[in-house]
Ligand binder design. Structure first.
Ligand code: C2E
Ligand code: MG
Ligand code: MG
Ligand code: MG
Length: 285
């Protein structure tokens, strides 16, 4: 009960409160102000075709430009607010911002591919999500075909009876769907077949060790085979070395996102990449 209401219940100082709860409360209060004060920023990381080096899309990733702490990464605050209403507000903020920027890029004649936005469980489980997204698309002028939403298996499996129809409605609107961090969840293969997703994002933990650890390479191979049978697209996350690129291409995965091809950067910086003709063209020499 108290958990569902998020921070509201923890407002009074309680000396027995754990450091974790205190940190969470402080984070929530700070983030509420951060939205008002426009301290949240959306960074964009390139996604590429490893054969040609062409940009195929971007992933929108939130950062908190904190007045004292500097740039705070999502890993330091997203997990703390996952049970609070704030995650929905921040999710909507990121979505609106990403759609606004994407629409501007497309209007300017650049070729940014699709922009991929992460959905939190609380957003997926909100029965009004499709209406909210439809409104954001209209308001920003972003076409549904320019957008991809990323969800994890875990969030879908928390409430498949509601999640699957919602994902179908989003797909029917023309939005693409991807499974994020694939291979780390309780992948129910029976469900995967029924999910209206167009691609799987191979989790970076497998990619990281794939060159050194044959077990991880085998897992990647299995995911590639599965995607092939189910006719799903694939992208590998966390590609940092040429050896990883070589291995992935050899195994049959040609899309990647990783530091080797570009770190997440502010929209102005990604725009430079698009302007210099590298969007839709070579970004790796
Ligand atoms: P994710 O969705 O799996 O995003 C990929 C993460 O991997 C990003 O971390 C990205 O910077 C990082 N990454 C990409 N390539 C490499 C690489 O080559 N090496 C390494 N070591 N890391 C790489 P980031 O931006 O810190 O985000 C972490 C997580 O926070 C995301 O994981 C996602 O789960 C969550 N997140 C970020 N933005 C949002 C958002 O707007 N909404 C929600 N709900 N979650 C978000
Ligand atoms: Mg993601
Ligand atoms: Mg991921
Ligand atoms: Mg993740």
């Amino acid at each position: 009960e108290a958990k569902r209401k998020g921070g509201a219940r923890y407002k009074l100082f309680d000396p027995s409160m754990s450091e974790y709860a205190f940190n969470r409360m402080e984070t929530e209060a700070g983030l509420r102000k951060a939205i008002e004060n426009r301290e949240l920023e959306v960074y964009y990381q390139p996604q590429v075709d490893m054969n040609s080096g062409r940009l195929t899309g971007t992933e929108a990733l939130v950062r908190w430009q904190h007045p004292e702490k500097g740039l705070v990464m999502p890993g330091a605050f997203i997990p703390l607010i996952e049970e609070s209403r704030l995650i929905v507000d921040i999710g909507e903020y990121v979505l609106r911002e990403a759609c606004r920027v994407q629409a501007a890029w497309c209007r300017a004649g650049y070729e940014p591919g699709r922009v991929s936005v992460n959905l939190a469980g609380a957003q997926l489980h909100d029965s009004g999500l499709d209406r909210i997204i439809a409104r954001i698309l209209t308001e920003t002028g972003c076409k549904p075909e320019w957008l991809e939403l990323e969800v994890t298996e875990g969030f879908i499996m928390e409430d498949p009876a509601a999640s699957v129809p919602m994902l179908k409605r989003l797909r029917d609107m023309g939005i693409s769907l991807a499974i994020d961090d694939f291979g780390t969840g309780y992948s129910s293969l029976a469900y995967l077949k029924r999910l209206p997703v167009s691609r799987l994002k191979i989790d970076q933990s497998f990619v990281r060790n794939s060159v050194m650890d044959p077990d991880d390479a085998v897992i990647i191979e299995a995911i590639i085979a599965l995607a092939g049978k189910l006719k799903l697209g694939l992208i590998a996350e966390g590609v940092e070395t040429h050896n990883q690129t070589e291995l992935l291409l050899e195994l049959g995965c040609d899309q990647a996102q990783g530091y080797l091809y570009g770190r997440p950067v502010p929209h102005q910086e990604l725009e430079l990449m698009l302007k210099s003709g590298r969007g839709g063209h070579q970004i790796v020499q």
